[in-house]
Write a protein that binds this ligand. Sequence first.
Ligand SMILES: C[S@@+](CC[C@H](N)C(=O)[O-])C[C@H]1O[C@@H](n2cnc3c(N)ncnc32)[C@H](O)[C@@H]1O
Length: 208
Amino acid sequence: MGIEAVYNTKTPAEELNHFEEIADEYERTVKALNYTGPQLCIQALKKCEEKTGISVPRNGKCIDIGAGTGMSGESLRSAGFTGVVDALEPSDNMYSIAAQKGIYSTRYSDMLSPDKETSVESSAYDLVLSCGVFSNRSASSGCLPEVIRMAKMGGVITIVMNNDFWKDGFDSAVEKLEEQKRVQVMYNDSFEGFFGDKTARVFILQKL
Ligand SMILES: C[S@@+](CC[C@H](N)C(=O)[O-])C[C@H]1O[C@@H](n2cnc3c(N)ncnc32)[C@H](O)[C@@H]1O
């Protein structure tokens, strides 16, 4: 089954079931499509730090939202993030591959949803990272307040997603969160070559 089959899922349960089914072939499939999401997260974060002067402590506490098989966690470790990295990942089969990499401390198995808080602690993380998870499905723009809740005051939220979904409410949600002074937008750009012919949207918020 190709990775794009997830676009045909209609409910959170179907979406989760998709990842349960493709877990064993996930990394092979995305690598064949030259998936750059995990590297883009780090590149954008470093650019943002240089441009704005914000700095995420490399020994700080991070959470990887939709950690999958741990590719984004590997990217964090390669970039010198030595602190605790937790994972929010609802798929047991995806997470069982991630767990073997020895990166994550605590795994939360909740699924982000616009109308229900997860069990993740509030104001706990220096960096909340999410790569390839936000879309027009379960992790919609309505879940942005939930990931902001997890960050410490002054903490950083870095999101990489398929740019095709940016106009599905993410543009207006981010604008509104900034107007409400809940975050400051530190970085917002698109990059070609997310995977296959897809473009990535990368945005970085600082919690106020
Ligand atoms: C495309 S994979 C990305 C995995 C990893 N971040 C990477 O870049 O390789 C998406 C992951 O998000 C998880 N996921 C899907 N919907 C989610 C939700 N609503 N909340 C949290 N995780 C979700 C899936 O189980 C899957 O492991």
